[in-house]
Each structure stands twice: as structure tokens, then as C-alpha cells.
Design a protein around this ligand. Structure first.
Ligand code: ADQ
Length: 453
């Protein structure tokens, strides 16, 4: 019998109709191949259930594990989100270092490895997701698991010069080498990973393969995509955004949509929009920046600081430029349902995606998918988003350069129709070529043959 697919991710979808590109793609892959999805229940409890708890059995099995309060803190809040996340987003200055957290991170990985080892049959393929589980394959090997195990990192790979800031950096090569296939978002991430691994004793072989001690593994980029038609249809079906937003006819809308995170470059964006207003010409139409950024990870200190900084900046720009009937920056901290989001993407004349570091950035791809091809808006995209490797027909900006970003906003809002259409055609072709089906299929085919070619 062909083996099943076992997917492991930090969180697991808990309802029967999952939403969100990644979750839906994995859901489809498991439905087609049969298998099991294992993740954290989100439950933090002093008395966690022993073993895996069944959530559902159809159309594939979903199983969860609980964390104790100490595990949730050490594994998730501290090590994953306060040590690894900043390091991997090139912000070593924001890392908190704590030996207890590092130990708990490894212990949770060992605990999850034991649960998987008890569940996996000899022919099952295991696909592990993201930085919460970097050492999971190493922990699985210690349990005697010899199955094919693949990893996909959704965030950037850290720079070789930053890695020594991680006290556990000496373990990185053995963590990575325990996988058969390591998938990264971009070619840039693959180069960074090769540099880091070579610096730490791994050897480069042919065809993206590397060797560390007795293990060989492959590194490659698999840029994640979206379900393009699904987003286009949602934008078609969305209501009149002008009415929802009470915009004046002819008023330009510039949009930002992010999880509130210091990696997303939202302060730089507010500063650039302020500069755009300061340098405005009297004959220009009025433009409003709508920024949607619901808070995330509020238990982590660096996330509280960014929230305060943004509120202050929006207040300052609005104080300088607001009129009785116009607030230049509208900053919304609520999560917006996907149907409404799709309508806002469609209405926006320009979209600001300006991260300082980002694995891919799916918002950029969703914006392209939601446009009306006859009258598309303009994507303004940071060089530092993984998406920049594919979406080079966007208006590319250096988000650190406030003047550059401000000029890009002006260029986007005055771009002639023929240029908007030409850029859009190129962008839509790029997101169709590497959509979410391509991602799952290509990755799983590569994992199935890892080590044989
Ligand atoms: P994220 O950092 O969460 O993901 P991103 O890829 O931009 O970043 O967004 C993921 C999803 O969340 C998108 O479908 C988007 O629509 C939704 N979303 C974001 N902000 C929202 C908001 N304010 N309201 C409603 N929905 C919102 C991580 C990495 C990325 C990588 C993805 C997938 O950091 O670089 O692209 O994983 O691999």
C-alpha cells in the first residue's frame, strides 16, 4: 500500500470548512492522498491529554496535541516568536535569549516527534511546516523514524552574519540535515541557507544536494502561491467598496493589509504616505491610505511597541493634513473577512506591500488576483518581500527609502491605463504559473523522489 501523507504544523484547522490558502491547499492534498494532519489544539492546559486527540476522521484524520502553560511560553511565545522570528527576519537586535526557552523548544519538538513516531507507518511521508518545528526531523530520527521527512520554511532564512547571535547555532546543520528535502520560499533564501550550512561544516554536492556528517539532503525553492480564481471570484462578488468606505467619487484609495508585525514595514509606509501628502500638488485628486492591521502575538513585547508607534504616527500625519471631511490615514485594527477584503483590493488604486523582510507575502498575490483586468490598480512592492522574485512587474521600492516609496505612490496614482494593464498582465501570468496547486504538487513530488535523483 502506498504510504499516507502526514502534515505537521503549529496550528491545525479546527472547523470543517477551512479557509486561507495554505490551509485549503493542504486540506486538498490530504483529501486526495489520504493522511493525517497533526498540530497544536490551541489549548493551553495544566493537564494535557496523553497522546493525540482526534478532532475529525473525515475526509482525513486530524489530530491535535495540547501544551502546558510552561510549554506554550517557552516553545511558542519565547523561542519561536521572540528568538527565531526576529533572527530569521534579520532583526537580531530584537531577539530575546533564554536557555530555558531553548530547552523547552527542543523538548516540545521531542514530545511531538514521539507522538508522530507512534502514528507513522513505514511508508508514510511526513511534511513539517515552519520555524516552530526546525528540529523535528532530528527528533524523529532519534525515535528511529527513517521515513521521508520534508520541511517547508514559510519565513526567510537568516543571514550568515546574523546566525552566530543564536546560542544554539551549532545545532542548525544537524537539525536541517535530518530532513530529506528542505523547501524555502525563494532563490535568495536557498543561497542564504547554503552559506549558513557551509559555514557550519556542511558540504555542497550536485543538484542542490548537501551533505552533513552521514546525512544527505536537498535544498530548493518552492515559492508559495494562492488560489487565483477563488480570489478573483470573491472580488467579483464583493459589494460596492465606495459605499462601505464612504469615499467621494474620484477619491484615490491606497491600501495596506498586514498582520501587525515589525517585519511588515508599516511605520515606513506611514512615513512615506506623509511625505507623499507633504509634497502634494494642488491639482492632484485626494488620496486616502486605508491600513488594516489587526494585532498579533500581543503577549510578545516587541509587538506592543509597534502598535504604539503606529498609533502615534497616524495621529501625527492626520493632525497635519486632515480636513473636516477627510482623514488621510484610516487605521483599522480589526480582522476583515475575506469577502470584504477582496472588494477592498478591487477598489484600491494602489496597494502598498512594503515589508523589511517577508518569506513570500500572499497579500501581494491576492491583490493582483482581485484586480479588474480592464482597469487594474498598481502594486507597490518591497524588494525584500519573497514575492519580489516573481512579481518584478510591480513598482518595486526600497521600503527604507521614504522618498522612493513616496514617489512610487505618486507614480502609481497617475499611471496611464495602458501601463497599468501591461504590468497587470505580467503579474497575473506570474501568479497563475506558480499557484497553490503548483506549490503542493511540486513540493510533494520532490519529496517523494528526494534521494533517488
Ligand atoms: P504572514 O506573515 O501571515 O504569513 P501573508 O503571506 O502576507 O503573511 O498573509 C497571510 C494571509 O493572511 C493572507 O491570506 C492574507 O489575506 C491574510 N491577512 C493578512 N493580513 C490580514 C488582515 N489585516 N485582515 C485579514 N486578513 C489578513 C507567513 C509568512 C509570509 C508567507 C506566508 C505563507 O510571513 O511571508 O507568505 O506565511 O507562506
Amino acid at each position: 500500500m502506498a504510504g499516507r501523507l502526514i502534515v505537521v504544523s503549529n496550528r491545525i484547522p479546527t472547523d470543517s470548512a477551512p479557509s486561507g490558502g495554505l490551509v485549503v491547499a493542504l486540506h486538498d492534498a490530504l483529501k486526495a492522498r489520504g493522511g493525517i494532519w497533526i498540530g497544536n489544539s490551541g489549548k493551553v492546559t495544566d493537564s494535557p491529554a496523553e497522546g493525540l486527540t482526534p478532532i475529525a476522521d473525515e475526509p482525513y484524520r486530524r489530530r491535535s496535541f495540547d501544551l502546558t502553560p510552561a510549554e506554550h511560553k517557552g516553545f511558542y511565545l519565547d523561542y519561536a516568536n521572540s528568538t527565531l522570528w526576529p533572527l530569521f527576519h534579520h532583526r537580531a537586535d530584537l531577539m530575546t535569549l533564554d536557555q530555558d526557552a531553548a530547552r523547552t523548544y527542543w523538548e516540545v519538538n521531542r514530545k511531538v516527534a514521539r507522538l508522530i513516531a507512534a502514528e507513522a507507518g513505514p511508508d508514510d511521508m511526513i511534511w513539517v511546516h515552519d520555524y516552530h518545528f526546525l528540529p523535528l526531523a532530528r527528533a524523529l530520527r532519534l525515535e528511529g523514524v527513517e521515513n521521508r521527512v520534508g520541511f517547508f520554511l514559510h519565513i526567510p532564512f537568516p543571514n550568515v552574519s546574523d546566525v552566530p547571535a543564536l546560542p544554539e547555532n551549532k545545532y542548525l546543520p544537524e537539525w536541517v540535515a535530518a530532513y530529506d528535502l528542505v523547501g524555502l520560499q525563494t532563490v535568495r533564501d536557498v543561497s542564504a541557507a547554503i552559506n549558513v550550512l557551509r559555514e557550519n561544516g556542511a558540504e555542497m554536492l550536485l543538484k542542490g544536494r548537501m551533505k552533513f556528517r552521514d546525512r544527505q539532503f536537498r535544498l530548493a525553492s518552492f515559492p508559495i502561491g494562492i488560489d487565483v480564481d477563488d480570489f478573483a471570484e470573491a472580488a467579483d462578488a464583493a459589494g460596492d467598496a465606495d459605499r462601505t468606505l464612504r469615499l467621494d467619487p474620484g477619491e484615490k484609495l491606497v491600501l495596506g493589509v498586514d498582520r501587525l508585525d515589525y517585519s511588515k514595514g508599516i511605520p515606513n509606509r506611514f512615513a512615506a504616505f506623509g511625505e507623499f501628502l507633504r509634497t502634494g500638488q494642488p491639482d492632484e485628486p485626494r488620496a486616502t491610505l486605508l491600513q488594516i492591521a489587526p494585532p498579533s502575538r500581543e503577549d510578545v513585547e516587541a509587538y506592543r511597541d509597534i502598535r504604539e508607534e503606529l498609533e502615534e504616527m497616524a495621529g501625527r500625519v492626520n493632525g497635519e493634513h486632515a480636513e473636516l471631511d477627510w482623514t488621510p490615514i484610516r487605521y483599522i485594527r480589526k480582522n476583515i473577512p475575506r469577502e470584504i477584503l477582496a472588494g477592498l483590493y478591487r477598489r484600491a488604486d494602489a496597494m502598498l506591500v512594503t515589508p523589511l523582510a517577508d518569506g513570500m507575502n500572499l497579500v501581494a498575490k491576492e491583490y493582483v488576483a482581485a484586480q479588474d483586468g480592464a482597469d487594474p490598480g498598481v502594486l507597490i512592492l518591497s524588494h525584500f518581500a519573497g514575492a519580489a522574485e516573481q512579481l518584478d512587474a510591480a513598482l518595486m521600492v526600497n521600503p527604507y527609502d521614504i522618498g522612493d516609496t513616496s514617489r512610487a505612490i505618486r507614480a502609481a496614482l497617475s499611471m496611464p491605463e495602458h501601463e497599468r494593464i501591461a504590468r497587470h498582465l505580467s503579474l497575473i501570468a506570474a501568479i497563475r504559473e506558480h499557484d497553490i496547486d503548483w506549490w503542493t504538487t511540486t513540493y510533494l513530488d520532490a519529496l517523494a523522489t528526494a534521494g533517488t535523483i
